[in-house]
Design a protein around this ligand. Structure first.
Ligand code: GLN
Length: 198
């Protein structure tokens, strides 16, 4: 199984290591031709406005959107989650995403004091033990359509929950960065999803 990693920005090497631990072959994607022959695609974190601009500059945007529309499985982490969202709030009016996930995402949802933090995710999706998740200026999912499954949340001070991991068919997104910290369970779930065909 060959999984591409959008290599415009972000932790490409760390994602590759986690994917290989999970049993896939990882390949960086910078050119449209490198989208050919992939079984799935990882969109790393970084800065979503920059990924948006670079994807146009590299002429990747159109073929990537077309590949997602035709069912290419994809996993987006942090800015990658933003890029897979159909709708954004608290983002510049002209900011575009690739889309595919029927979710509304708020950028930088965790405020200044907690620009970066770690949380233990206790979710049946990742089984035990709790997954130590690293959040860096992270987004959250504020609304989602009926086909979207919520996989993980973290509590807010008021007792409600931030949605931080979702799946719809063979599209997966997390607010956090599982490539740091060396726990390959999220990548393994994505590889399993690709293998199962969504
Ligand atoms: N805050 C960034 C954005 O809006 C995402 C941060 C990240 O990917 N670590 O794109």
């Amino acid at each position: 199984m060959i999984i591409g990693i959008l290599a415009l920005q972000g932790d490409v090497r760390e994602h590759a290591a986690a994917l290989e631990t999970a049993g896939a072959i990882a390949r960086p994607v910078r050119r449209p031709s490198e989208l050919v022959g992939l079984d799935g695609l990882v969109i790393p974190g970084g800065e979503s406005t920059t990924i948006d601009k670079l994807s146009r500059a590299f002429e990747l945007r159109e073929p990537l959107v077309a590949a997602l529309r035709s069912g290419l499985p994809a996993y987006g982490s942090c800015a990658g989650m933003i890029m897979l969202a159909d709708r954004l709030v608290d983002a510049p009016d002209d900011q575009q995403t690739f889309g595919g996930l029927d979710i509304t995402v708020r950028r930088n949802a965790f405020g200044r004091q907690t620009d970066s933090f770690e949380a233990d995710l206790d979710t049946p999706w990742l089984a035990e033990p709790a997954f130590r998740a690293v959040f860096i200026r992270a987004p959250e999912v504020v609304a989602s359509g009926p086909e979207v499954e919520v996989l993980a949340t973290v509590p807010r001070p008021d007792g409600s929950e931030h949605v931080v991991a979702v799946r719809q068919g063979s599209l997966l997104a997390t607010s956090f960065h599982p490539e740091v910290g060396g726990d390959p369970r999220v990548h393994a779930r994505f590889v399993a999803l690709v293998r199962a065909g969504g």
